[in-house]
Design a protein around this ligand. Structure first.
Ligand SMILES: *Cc1c(COP(=O)(O)O)cnc(C)c1O
Length: 411
C-alpha cells in the first residue's frame, strides 16, 4: 500500500521464489513499521461468550468494549430463535439472496424491519460494511459529488471510493462548513451528504435536523449510517432519526444488526421502489451468500425484545450516566459524547496502548482505538457500557480505570 513501492512492487501473484522473497520482505517491514508506531494490531481471543464479564487470559474481567449495548447477543430468547431456525432451516442459506438463498427467516426479518422502522420496505445485507459499499455507488457516481463528515466510518469511505464521485469532507458536525461546500459546487451537480447518526468512535450525535434542512435546501441526498443508533436512540429505539423526529423527511437510511441488536448483518430501509432498485444494483447484495437463517431469525427476535422491553434501554442509559459521571469526576477528558460510547482521550497511540494494558492488569478489558480508525493524535480508550452491567461491576471498573489512569500518567 505504500506509495513509494507502487510501480516497482512485484505482482503478488507471481509465484517465483524471488518474488515471494520480495513479498516476505514487504510483509516483515510493514509489520515492523506498524509496531514502531504503536499501530500494530493483534487479535485478542476471549475465552468465553461476550457479556459484562468475560474470561480473558485465564481470568474473569469486566468488558467495557462491546457494542452489544442491550445485552441481546446472549439473550435467551434471541439465542433460542437462532437454534430453532438452525434446526428448521439448516446452518447455511445455500446461495445468494437472488438465487435461492432467501429463506423464510430472511423474508420475515425484512418485514419486521420495515414495520419497526415504519417504512415501506427493507433490504438485509450481509454486514454494515457490505451495505455501505453496495449502496453508496448507487446513490451517486462519476461526475457527482460526495460531502461526508470527517469522522465517517471506513466502510462509508470505501463506498465513496467505489462510487468514483468527487469526495470532500466537512468538519465534524459542522453544518456551516458543509453549507460552504454546498454553495461552492455547481448547482446542478448530483450531490450526496453522508453522516453517521451516532458517531461510533466519539459517541456524539450528528446535527441531523440541520443536515436534513441543508439537503433539502441544496437539493442533495442525505445518507445516514445508524449502525450505533439502532436499538438505543429514540423513544422506542428506532434510532437517531426517531430521536430527531425526522421520520418521513429522511426517505431511506441504513443501520446494522451487529451492535445493539446483538447479532450480525445490516439493513437499508426505504420505499418499496428504492429497495427493488438496490436489490437489482447493489453488488455487495447480489454477489454474496445470504446470511445464515439463524442470524436472520435472531435479528427478528432481537427486534421483538427491543420493542417489548424498554426497560433494557432505561438500564442502558442509567448505566451510561453512572459510568460517564464516574469517569468525568475522576478527571478524564472525554469526547463530547451523549451516548453509551464513552471515549477517554489519550492522544498518543503508545500511551493509549499502555493505558489499555494497565486496565487489563486491573481487571478491565477496554481496547485502545488508534489511527487509522481515529485521526492522528486522537488515540483513545473507547469505553462502552451496556444494559447488562451491574452497578457493582461499574464501581469495580471505575476503581480499575482510576488506578490505570494514575499509572499511565493520565491523572
Ligand atoms: C460497525 C459499523 C459499520 C459496519 O457494520 P458491520 O455490520 O460491523 O460490518 C458501518 N458503519 C458504522 C458507523 C459502524 O460503526
Amino acid at each position: 500500500m505504500q506509495s513509494s513501492h507502487r510501480g516497482r512492487a512485484p505482482p503478488l501473484w507471481d509465484p517465483t521464489h524471488r518474488r515471494i522473497n520480495v513479498l516476505n520482505d514487504h510483509v516483515r517491514t510493514t509489520l515492523q513499521q506498524l509496531a514502531e508506531q504503536s499501530l500494530r494490531r493483534a487479535l485478542s481471543p476471549l475465552e468465553s461468550a461476550t457479556g459484562p464479564i468475560i474470561t480473558y487470559a485465564g481470568r474473569p474481567v469486566i468488558l467495557l468494549s462491546s457494542n452489544d449495548y442491550l445485552g441481546l447477543a446472549t439473550h435467551p430468547e434471541v439465542v433460542q430463535a437462532a437454534i430453532a431456525a438452525t434446526e428448521r432451516y439448516g446452518v447455511g442459506s445455500g446461495a445468494s439472496r437472488l438465487v435461492s438463498g432467501t429463506l423464510p427467516p430472511h423474508a420475515s426479518l425484512e418485514l419486521d424491519l420495515a414495520r419497526f422502522k415504519r417504512t415501506e420496505a427493507s433490504l438485509v445485507f450481509g454486514a454494515g460494511y457490505l451495505a455501505n459499499v453496495g449502496v453508496i455507488p448507487n446513490l451517486v457516481g462519476q461526475g457527482g459529488l460526495i460531502i461526508a463528515d470527517r469522522l465517517c466510518h471506513a466502510s462509508l469511505i470505501d463506498g465513496c471510493r467505489l462510487s468514483q464521485a468527487d469526495f470532500r469532507v466537512f468538519r465534524h458536525g459542522d453544518c456551516a462548513h458543509l453549507e460552504t461546500l454546498l454553495r461552492r459546487r455547481a448547482s446542478n451537480r448530483r450531490t450526496l451528504i453522508i453522516t453517521e447518526g451516532l458517531f461510533s468512535m466519539d459517541g456524539d450525535l450528528a446535527p441531523l435536523a440541520d443536515l436534513v434542512v441543508l439537503a433539502e435546501r441544496y437539493d442533495a441526498v442525505l445518507y445516514v449510517d445508524d449502525a450505533h443508533g439502532t436499538g438505543i436512540m429514540g423513544a422506542t429505539g428506532r434510532g437517531t432519526i426517531e430521536q430527531f423526529s425526522l421520520e418521513g423527511r429522511v426517505p431511506f437510511h441504513m443501520g446494522t444488526l451487529g451492535k445493539a441488536l446483538g447479532g450480525y448483518g445490516a439493513y437499508v430501509v426505504g420505499s418499496h421502489d428504492f429497495v427493488q432498485y438496490l436489490l437489482n444494483m447493489a453488488r455487495s447484495f447480489i454477489f454474496t451468500t445470504a446470511l445464515p437463517p439463524a442470524v436472520a431469525a435472531a435479528a427478528s427476535a432481537a427486534l421483538t425484545v427491543v420493542e417489548r422491553e424498554p426497560e433494557r434501554r432505561n438500564r442502558l442509559w442509567a448505566n451510561r450516566q453512572y459510568l460517564f459521571n464516574g469517569l468525568r469526576n475522576q478527571g478524564f477528558r472525554l469526547t463530547p459524547t451523549v451516548s453509551p460510547i464513552l471515549p477517554v482521550l489519550v492522544g498518543d497511540a503508545a500511551k493509549a496502548s499502555a493505558f489499555a494494558d494497565r486496565l487489563l492488569t486491573h481487571g478491565v478489558y477496554a481496547t485502545a482505538i488508534r489511527p487509522p480508525t481515529v485521526p492522528d493524535g486522537t488515540s483513545r480508550i473507547r469505553f462502552t457500557v451496556t444494559a447488562a452491567h451491574t452497578t457493582d461491576q461499574l464501581d469495580a471498573a471505575l476503581q480499575a480505570v482510576m488506578l490505570a489512569g494514575r499509572e499511565t500518567g493520565l491523572l
